[in-house]
Design a protein around this ligand. Sequence first.
Ligand SMILES: [Zn+2]
Length: 291
Amino acid sequence: MSLIWLCALFLSGCSSTIPEFNGEKAFEYLEAQCEFGPRNPGSKGHAQCKDYFIDFLNSHGATVSTQEFPIEVRGEQYQCTNIVASYYPEKPRRIFIGAHWDTRPWADRDADVTNHNTPIAGANDAASGVAVLMELATILQANEPEVYGIDLIFFDAEDAGSYGQNESWCLGSQYFVEQYSGKEPEFVIVIDMIGDADLDILIESFSQKSSPALVKKVWDIARKNDIRAFSSKMTNYIYDDHYPFLEAGYEAIDIIDMEYPYWHTIEDTPDKCSPKSLQDVGTVLTHLIYE
Ligand SMILES: [Zn+2]
């Protein structure tokens, strides 16, 4: 066997090239969502942005399904929608990657109390996570992963809860877990508030307690790729869309940066976010999918 053949064999054995995640492109998706205005259930932005996602995913090679469910918030009824974009649905081994797409109806942590009933723009909370899902969709359309089929899940109704009442948050992911009867994922990753220009992702405590191997796997990828936004420090227990999955026995983690001064304020706007932060998180996920 010649040296050339050996090289060719070696290269084909290591042919799992990892696609490049484009943070600039993802940032455009963040801005596009914010252009619809606030996306809280019942708003015009919510209805329009839902259609935008469905059109986008249909035109990017996904098998798209929607899941409608009613919610009641402060005595009012709203119709909500989870959207699932499945890539390579025939593959038996699957990963769920999810983010919530609704925004908080009230800027109730704003320093100015007169803003407390104003809906937020939600650039970081929630457009950032969904922007990463959208760029992953473009990557998945063009690049079939060797091992995994991927389901990108756009959860609705995460952010209309009451502080101190865990079950009033994450209504979309709770509903999804109750209803789900498809192929079981090997693990679930939720991303939320990952667009902060000053990104610092600590290890969320429910994730570490329930799914330490998955935390290690993800944080190891970040370390190997010198992505310093992933810190080895621990943070609090955060009730987020990963929690209903954990409760149902799935391996699940939340990638979140809660140290965001504009959280649930009218200041949560695109200028507080950066393409680099989306790129960092997207790169880690791309490696996870394709490595
Ligand atoms: Zn929120």
